[in-house]
Design a protein around this ligand. Structure first.
Ligand SMILES: N[C@@H](CCC(=O)N[C@@H](CS)C(=O)NCC(=O)O)C(=O)O
Length: 222
């Protein structure tokens, strides 16, 4: 029996992608919760380059970087394919996944931790990024088509975090302006495997609120 371990934290959306992929494929795994303020020897041993979670350890061999892990999972466990067979479609799915991390994440993070003019600039970037996502979703329920695939798992954190941020008073997007993205977020969160693996809502809201206060406090020290 293959041994699969996942080094993660309860709140990391990078780790959540991997949890979702393993669950969609029905792969049993053990979760190892990391304390990032006191990284374990196991994490440092398995990801000496970045020293970050998530790390997947499969039969003693480690893979890091969430998007790389998703590809590994897809190639290793063939049930419920995440990437399409067609090379072009597969490249596009990976393109949107990269877009998530290169563009969408920094823009939403900017809206989250900034204020004033800097926050306005971040809002403009979010708007542009969501416009691209809106366009990509035309004629599709999910980025993967009729069912969720690699790009959905990569971008899925948006669905969850946008609602959480709204709850702490940061309205990331006007949902009416992005009806397809809004519908995608709702459909995505309805998928049982996704829904069941979300971090505890209140706990996450509290954590996010604390992070925002810390950043804003540092920007305006007494
Ligand atoms: N590009 C990485 C990002 C992972 C990442 O940023 N992980 C954070 C937790 S959400 C981490 O381990 N941070 C520890 C550190 O930066 O020291 C991925 O996709 O896996």
């Amino acid at each position: 029996m293959a041994e699969v371990k996942l080094l993660k934290t309860w709140s990391s959306h990078f780790a959540l992608r991997v949890v979702w992929a393993l669950k969609l494929k029905g792969v049993q795994f053990d979760s190892i919760e990391e304390d990032l303020s006191n990284k374990s020897p196991l994490l440092l041993q398995h990801n000496p380059v970045y020293k970050k979670i998530p790390v997947l350890v499969h039969n003693g061999r480690a893979i890091s970087e969430s998007l790389v892990i998703l590809e590994y999972i897809d190639e290793t466990w063939k049930q419920y394919p995440l990437l399409p067979d067609d090379p072009y479609e597969s490249a596009r799915a990976r393109f949107w996944a990269k877009f998530s991390d290169d563009k969408v994440f920094p823009s939403i993070w900017g809206v989250f931790i900034k204020q004033g003019k800097e926050q306005e600039e971040a809002f403009a970037q979010v708007f542009e990024n969501f416009s691209f996502l809106e366009e990509e979703l035309k004629g599709k329920k999910f980025f993967g088509g009729e069912k969720i695939g690699y790009a959905d798992l990569a971008l899925g954190w948006i669905a969850e975090r946008v609602f959480e941020l709204e709850e702490i008073g940061v309205k990331v997007i006007e949902k009416e302006k992005f009806p397809l993205v809004s519908a995608w977020m709702q459909e995505f969160l309805k998928v049982p495997v996704i829904k069941e693996s979300l971090p505890p809502h209140e706990k996450l809201v509290t954590k996010m609120r604390g992070i925002r206060e810390k950043y804003l406090g540092a920007a305006h020290p007494e």
